[in-house]
Design a protein around this ligand. Sequence first.
Ligand code: SF4
Length: 334
Amino acid sequence: MNIFDMTMSALADFLRENGENPAKAPMIFDAVYKQKIRDFSHMGFCGRVTEKLSAIDFVELKTVRRLENESAGKLLLELSDGNFCETVLMRQSFGACVCVSTQVGCNMGCKFCRSGQIKKRRNLSTGEIVGQVLAISREFNCKVYGVSVMGIGEPFDNFDAVRDFCEIITEDKGLAVGRRHVTVSTCGIVPEIYRYADSFRPTGLAISLHAPNDELRNRLMPINKKYPINEVLTAAEYYTNKTHKRVTLEYIMLSGINDDKTHAKELAEIINGRDFYVNLIPYNSTDCGFEKSSPEKISDFCSVLKENGVVATKRKEFGAELNAACGQLLSEYE
Ligand code: SF4
């Protein structure tokens, strides 16, 4: 049992089942995440409690490689079975943000994504996702203010681990990352969007859309054949209504593929006045055969969206030179 796999309620259950007061769970969270204590005998409990807690381990991730520049950092981390994962630090104006991976590889097969060409080997555990946030904080000596679940893997293909991860990092007695500073990004697994909306503590949600019609999205993202755009946007609308959080639609700008003004018009039409926010992402070069749209194309696309009543911005670029940007993770290492 790894402490970093355990939500507050799982820890309270463990204490209860072992005949101890579950009210100790917040004290343990505080000791582990705020005071960074890694030994139960240093938490001020009596010998009996310490003995029972000794069934729980502290398993953290080992840093294999660390890269850094002014605005970003990247860690290659070793998992206990010899697999690796990568995690990224983005220095935003309001503080440090981490982009975590959720799987070793990914089976979604998005055509523009180098990370996704490494087939899924396994899901990461909750503790391994939490471990990435702890590793960034430790290696770059920073407090983490925001978390994006947008690294390698499809988060909703590893639903339970990701839901528990979000619960742990937003826990007041734990890392206390504000819920509005946590975003889970999915390629559009429709049933899990509903499930997450109905979960105990939903965070922000982003949907990788990347095309304004099914014909184009089928070509770029095979998942669209299972969950077409209208079903994805209906689920996103449900998410907004249920959680009162505006859903972000991510749109990677691919030169000559999806970046024409007609595509922008079409995108505004399918949004059809719904309260979504479009984030235009300049493509990061990989060897997948796509090119980045020019700044003029992106700005024209953004203007058409705005003229048609859609809230849209261009995302700030982070970490491309470290191969730490979207779709580039592990590409160099593998
Ligand atoms: S974009 Fe995300 S979901 Fe698609 S292949 Fe890459 S890692 Fe997987």
